[in-house]
Design a protein around this ligand. Structure first.
Ligand code: GAL
Length: 390
């Protein structure tokens, strides 16, 4: 939907002053009147998310609060769109996604916006032991299992239930033995868009056999607008004094090392790309940033994990969580081959993920916080993504 604004409008001025937002298109001028054509970010067509050929129908659920909007599909419980105002008030879609269900179903997997599990991140060589019993999982990332295996939660069709215009709940039953994991795991994820432009994600899970669980949201953010180029000039703060270094297959060595004096020190806001080409073995293994940060402990149940800021949009994202870690992934495997919303491509390092979670490979690292869930226990966790401008 195109709209024409007169240049006197604040929004239009932002375009003229060079705000290179993915949602904005051409600037046309004539001698007296300056007309600026702005394409504000809009939500995808809900009809393009109806697929009845799969075992269960897919749909798109819309959340709105008057200033911000979000769209979630029950395929992989994925966040498809998240539209918030930039510093000039221009609606900006800050998450990468496709505008139709077919692309999600048939494109090579990127985990755009998905809930990943049963074990998000990596399990070394697809093996772990629990209560003395060996479990074998399908490997899908070199020698390791990534994001739950060849068909993780991201590729499941969840049962969606819109609770209100602010909230949608999604349910998934991961059956005993699915992708090699023990126990029937009932998972419930609730997305809520609050009045203060916070997208809150609440997770809940129960099992009927002891199992391991690491569940997170895999949204790719570009705070200048998805598809608007590099994220290397975004500022980032990560509230972590330590990180878990990895081997060449991105499995933690088991140590926690201080970030001080390394390119992993984001304790004060730093441009993401400022040190990305440093001669650092960990950056080489990760092809850039693709590491778990050990979040500093806090008295708040929802501690600040990270704060990022779009260099062009002024949009600030604050991430809070009760999880012990966050995987900061800088879009190193994005190839520019997938057609994302608004006719854009998923270019190299044009988005980043902040996946709040337990540490990778915890089931094989007794010194890491436990990811075990037993029958009778209820796993509960919350992460919030709050938006403001600067
Ligand atoms: C991240 C992971 C990366 C990459 C990405 C998906 O969570 O750490 O290595 O696999 O997902 O492309």
């Amino acid at each position: 939907m195109n709209r024409i604004f007169l240049a006197s409008l604040g929004v239009a001025m932002a375009v003229l002053t060079g705000c290179d937002n993915a949602n904005q298109s051409t600037t046309t001028t004539n001698t007296d009147t300056v007309l600026v054509k702005v394409v504000p970010a809009t939500l995808p067509d809900t009809a393009a998310f109806r697929d009845t050929t799969s075992a269960q129908p897919t749909a798109l659920y819309i959340l709105k609060n008057g200033h911000a909007q979000a769209a979630v599909t029950n395929y992989g419980a994925r966040l498809v769109s998240l539209i918030v105002p930039d510093k000039t008030g221009n609606p900006t879609d800050v998450v990468v996604g496709y505008d139709n269900i077919n692309s999600y179903l048939h494109r090579p997997d990127t985990y755009f916006g998905a809930i990943v599990g049963r074990y998000g991140n990596r399990i070394a060589k697809g093996h772990f032991k629990l209560d003395g019993k060996e479990y074998t999982l399908p490997t899908n990332d070199g020698p390791n299992t990534l994001h739950g295996g060849t068909k993780g939660f991201d590729a499941g069709i969840w049962t969606g239930k819109q609770l209100s215009d602010r909230s949608v709940q999604l349910y998934y039953l991961s059956t005993d033995g699915e992708m090699g994991f023990p126990g029937n795991l009932q998972v419930k994820v609730t997305y809520t868009l609050t009045d203060s432009n916070t997208l809150r994600i609440d997770y809940e899970a129960t099992t009927d056999k002891a199992t391991v669980l690491n569940i997170t949201n895999h949204s790719y953010f570009n705070l200048n607008g998805q598809g608007s180029g590099t994220i290397n000039n975004h500022l980032l703060m990560i509230n972590a004094d330590g990180f878990t270094p990895v081997d060449s297959t991105l499995i933690p060595t088991g140590k926690i090392e201080p970030v001080a004096g390394t390119p992993f020190d984001f304790r004060t806001q730093t441009a993401i790309g400022a040190r990305i080409n440093d001669n650092n073995q960990q950056l080489k293994y990760g092809h850039g940033y693709d590491h778990n940060f050990v979040l500093n402990k806090s008295k708040d149940s929802l501690a600040i994990a990270a704060v990022a800021q779009g260099d062009k949009s002024g949009i600030v994202l604050m991430v809070r969580t009760d999880q012990p870690g966050v995987q900061f992934y800088g879009g190193n495997f994005m190839k520019g081959t997938n057609p994302i919303k608004f006719g854009k491509k998923d270019d190299y390092r044009s988005a980043f993920c902040l996946e709040t979670q337990h540490y990778p490979d915890s089931p094989n690292e007794p010194s890491f916080p436990s990811t075990e869930l037993k029958p009778g226990q209820t796993f509960r966790s919350t992460t919030t993504f709050s938006f403001s401008t600067k």
